[in-house]
Design a protein around this ligand. Sequence first.
Ligand code: G3P
Ligand code: MG
Length: 460
Amino acid sequence: MSALAPPTRPTFHRAASTFVDEIATARTDLSRKLLLGDSPSNASPDSESTPSLLSPGSDSSSSPKSLVAGSPITPPEDAEIVANSFAFAFDIDGVLIRGGRVIPEAIQAMKVLNGENEYGIRIPYIFLTNGGGKSEAERCNDLSKQLEVEISPAQFICGHTPMSEMASKHNTVLVVGGEGEKCRHVAQSYGFKDVVTPGDIIKTDSATTPFRKLTPEEHKNSKTRDFSNVAIEAVFVFADSRDWAGDLQIILDLAMSKGGRIGTRSEAFDEGPPIYFSHNDVVWSAAHDHVRLGMGALRGIVEYTFKEVTKGKTLETFAFGKPQIGTFEFATRLLKRWRKNAHKLNAPPETVYFVGDTPESDIRGTNNYNERAENDWYSILVKTGVYQDGTEPAYKPRATVHSVLDAVNHGIEREMKRRLQTSPPMQKPKMPEISKLSLEDGEVRVFSPIEERTLAMWAS
Ligand code: G3P
Ligand code: MG
């Protein structure tokens, strides 16, 4: 064994490539073993306290041992190693995308999550954005191209996704926001039977918005209706408005109406339909250097103007999206289904790392939800969006990092460290055949500190 005594300073001659590969492979196996926690005293697969990896389809009672038993050091290449006890949830604007452009680190972060990491593990992840305005499938299509990895609607939630659960509760609804007819189509795809848009109301009565004329495209797509016998039972603001003045006027007309009947006025101004906003972000990070006004600002203006116009009446509106607890409960159900269907993982993850750029929605929501969630929702704040480095975030994250890539590495390393802390000292791994360590004449090989430590472990 003397040849392998860990050198304080590298003095070995080695066939650089083979030896480095050896070391690299050994280190990956070592880390996986550590993550697997397969030392005899810790081999009880159902000890949930240890972050673990599972090959899909196997429950915690079998895999670890079988993985290790199968191939003494590394599982067969095609074995998909999936992290079982932790997962990620990602915000989009300001984390992965900024002003329609992909944030460079995001592509690398997706690669790391899909196995291109030193442990060779895949980590389940979902997306939870307050944005919206197109179908989940269309948004995932765009995102897949931008992030160069396939994103499924089954792992994706946008601001209006949870509103789909209200389709059976209301018949005729007004849907506001987004580009052209997109939001009407999304609402119809959710099962809303009768969807009205501001364009329909303006086309039917252009006096509704004195200074707003429909474009030829909007006029063509909008439908005139006899609103005298139509009761709009609810207003859904699905996406950021493209016409704040017109949408504000029409939402207020309904809020002051008798039971959602366009053109009517309630005496007490308390007979209007409920008004739901898909989120409450007052600002968000778009292409501009400074944050831009978001749907939450429109919501504030609607409530403020109602109070002004009704001489002090209060209009209570409702918001979906982050930081609402309901949205995180919805995300927990989606993550559970995704892990089961895509990774055959049944038990809930111990830790969900939520990566966001907006303290008021991402961090506040994650921290609040963590207080009541069964598992640990760990908030990570990045500096590539709304949050400005050096300022004090209104809601304190568990960690602040520069980019989403740093956030992913932070989560993986934290799991690794937790694993090391919780697992008893490791059984020394079996050394590879000495014969393999051939020395090429004249070659000098420098060992990195980690290689030295590994060698030391082997040699000890
Ligand atoms: O309009 C959406 C924006 O307010 C925030 O989106 O992805 O950061 O939740 P996101
Ligand atoms: Mg964001």
